[in-house]
Structures are given as structure tokens and as C-alpha cells.
Design a protein around this ligand. Structure first.
Ligand code: GDP
Length: 296
């Protein structure tokens, strides 16, 4: 049912990086994601980002970057627990007045376990009691030695609120991405991950998916966890309808028969009947496991 074959080197093409923003509560993750959205609007993209779809893309120096628009670790952790490796780079937000806190350390550990590079954004440098040097010291104590101190960790001083240092941060993201040489094969059936999903009253199950390999087309049959269906409508974060979405492109899709879970892997498949059978098998298996658990 699935085409799990490895891609040949000659079929691979560069793809844009996928970024997650992590950090302690109130250190400015949401503010940063909002600010980056605005940065792109300033760059003159028609329409602007009109809706929350769980991930968005911005262009920096003409190059797209994909951001997961769900701050915090919950989504990231649940996705990793399901085996979905979604992000290429983590931006770790640390408030300059507050310094490293428990969830900062948690985020560092998550990123390390996922083996993705960390770029540190020391935020709130506009504040009177901001102490970025203290943050650098603390980072060093946690194994992230800043470049300016001879280490390898890129540290950017920013103010999400005032819009200071954002472009530099985004350029550092691109620089880090360049070193990873991210590639995918756009010319095959799509595979990716569910970023978030919900039941919409009017539209039925709505899922934001990130295409990781291949190209997703409107009209494709997809299977995601226990959900299956045809992609009836596919839109981007600007509310524009898309016919095709290639690697690293997040889209909202309508047409699944039920709501998948965040972190479910999705596949476009040729054979709808077999996809439905597989979903039935998965449901059956889950039921058995539940029964078994109850008998214990
Ligand atoms: P999150 O919990 O990490 O998503 O943090 P938020 O983005 O919600 O920010 C928490 C609080 O810090 C809010 O009141 C923001 O207005 C404020 N904040 C965020 N970034 C900055 C900044 O760069 N400077 C200042 N002074 N305040 C900020």
C-alpha cells in the first residue's frame, strides 16, 4: 500500500527547513512567532497570513522557512513519541531578564534527544533588567557554548515585542539549514505528519499536515493514523487554495473521514479500498489492545 522505497540521490532536491520554537512559559515564544509572521507581511507577500493552520511559511531573502505555529513542547513531544521527526532546527527562546528556567532545560533535552541543532534567541533585550551575559553563562553551564565565547551555539539577541534582531535570527536559521543540506524528492507520493487536527462544525475533520517527502495533490487519497479520505480542499496559511504541496510545505486539508492525532504519519495512497481496510485493521487492533489492558 505504501511506497516506502529509499530515494535515489539523483532524485533529491533541496527543501526548506522546518523550525520549532521552544522555551519556558512567558519567555516570548508566541510573541516571536507573531513577529515573524509580520516580518513576512512587511516583505510584501500578497494577502498576509490570514488564518492559524498550525504551521506557516515565511520568506527570508527569497527563501522559504516553515515554522510550526504551536509554541511549547507538547506538540513536539507527542510527535516524537509517535516517531515523527518533523523539525530540522529548534529556536530556543530564553528571556534575558529571567534566564534559564526548568522548561528551558527540558527544551534543550528534547532538542538534543531529537538531534536537531539549537539556535538560542535571547529575548526581551529591550527590558531594563535584561541581562544577556548571564544567559550566556547559564547556556554554557548547560553545554551550549555561545559562538562569541568560542563555542558552536548561535545566540541571537532579540526583542520579539519591539522587533529587534528578528531578521538576523532568521538569517541564522537559513545559515544553519544550509549546513544540514536538507533534501527531499518532490516527485513521488506524499508522506508527512499531522501537525494538528480538529473537528470543524461546518467542514468536518480539518487537519494541518506537513508534507515531508513527495508532493500532495488535491484529490489524493490519504491515510493518517485511523483516518482516511480524499483531499477535497487544500489551503495554505493565507487561505489560498493549492493544487499541489511539495516537501516542507504545511497545508490544511479537508476530506478525511475522521480526526487524526497530532503526530500521526500520513501517506498518499493509490488504493482507497486498501487504505480503508488498513484503517479498519488499525481500529480493530486498538480495540483488542484496549480489551487486553482492561482484563489486566
Ligand atoms: P510564551 O508563553 O513563551 O508564548 O510567551 P508570550 O509570547 O506569551 O510572552 C509572554 C509575555 O512577555 C507577554 O506579556 C509578552 O508581551 C511579553 N514579551 C514577549 N516578548 C517580549 C519582548 O521582547 N520584550 C518585552 N518587554 N516583553 C516581551
Amino acid at each position: 500500500l505504501f511506497d516506502e522505497s529509499e530515494d535515489k540521490e539523483e532524485n533529491l532536491e533541496p527543501r526548506s527547513p522546518v523550525i520549532v520554537v521552544m522555551g519556558h512559559v512567558d519567555h516570548g515564544k508566541t510573541s516571536l512567532l507573531d513577529r515573524i509572521r509580520k516580518t513576512d507581511v512587511a516583505a510584501g507577500e500578497a494577502g498576509g497570513i490570514t488564518q492559524h493552520i498550525g504551521a506557516y511559511r515565511v520568506k527570508v531573502n527569497g527563501r522559504p522557512i516553515t515554522f510550526l505555529d504551536t509554541p511549547g513542547h507538547a506538540a513536539f513531544t507527542s510527535m516524537r513519541a509517535r516517531g515523527a521527526k518533523i523539525t530540522d532546527i529548534a529556536i530556543l527562546v530564553v528571556a534575558a531578564d529571567d534566564g534559564i528556567m526548568p522548561q528551558t532545560i527540558e527544551a534543550i533535552n528534547h532538542a538534543k534527544a531529537a538531534e536537531i541543532p539549537i539556535i538560542v534567541a535571547v529575548n526581551k533585550i529591550d527590558k531594563e533588567n535584561a541581562d544577556p551575559d548571564r544567559v550566556l553563562q547559564q547556556l554554557t553551564e548547560h553545554g551550549l557554548v555561545p559562538e562569541e565565547w568560542g563555542g558552536e551555539t548561535i545566540v541571537c539577541k532579540i526583542s520579539a515585542k519591539q522587533g529587534i534582531g528578528i531578521e538576523n535570527l532568521l538569517e541564522m536559521v537559513l545559515l544553519t539549514a544550509d549546513m544540514q543540506e536538507l533534501k527531499a524528492n518532490p516527485n513521488r507520493q506524499a508522506k508527512g505528519a499531522v501537525i494538528e487536527a480538529k473537528l470543524d462544525r461546518g467542514r468536518g475533520p480539518v487537519a494541518t499536515v506537513l508534507v515531508q517527502n513527495g508532493t500532495l495533490h488535491a484529490g489524493d487519497t490519504v491515510i493518517a493514523g485511523k483516518a482516511v479520505g480524499r483531499v477535497r480542499v487544500m489551503t495554505d496559511e493565507r487561505g489560498r487554495k493549492l493544487e499541489n504541496a511539495g516537501p516542507s510545505v504545511p497545508v490544511e486539508i479537508i476530506g478525511l473521514g475522521e480526526v487524526p492525532d497530532a503526530g500521526d504519519i500520513f501517506y498518499a495512497v493509490d488504493n482507497e479500498r486498501m487504505a480503508r481496510e488498513l484503517v479498519e485493521q488499525r481500529k480493530e487492533k486498538e480495540k483488542e489492545e484496549r480489551n487486553k489492558a482492561m482484563q489486566k
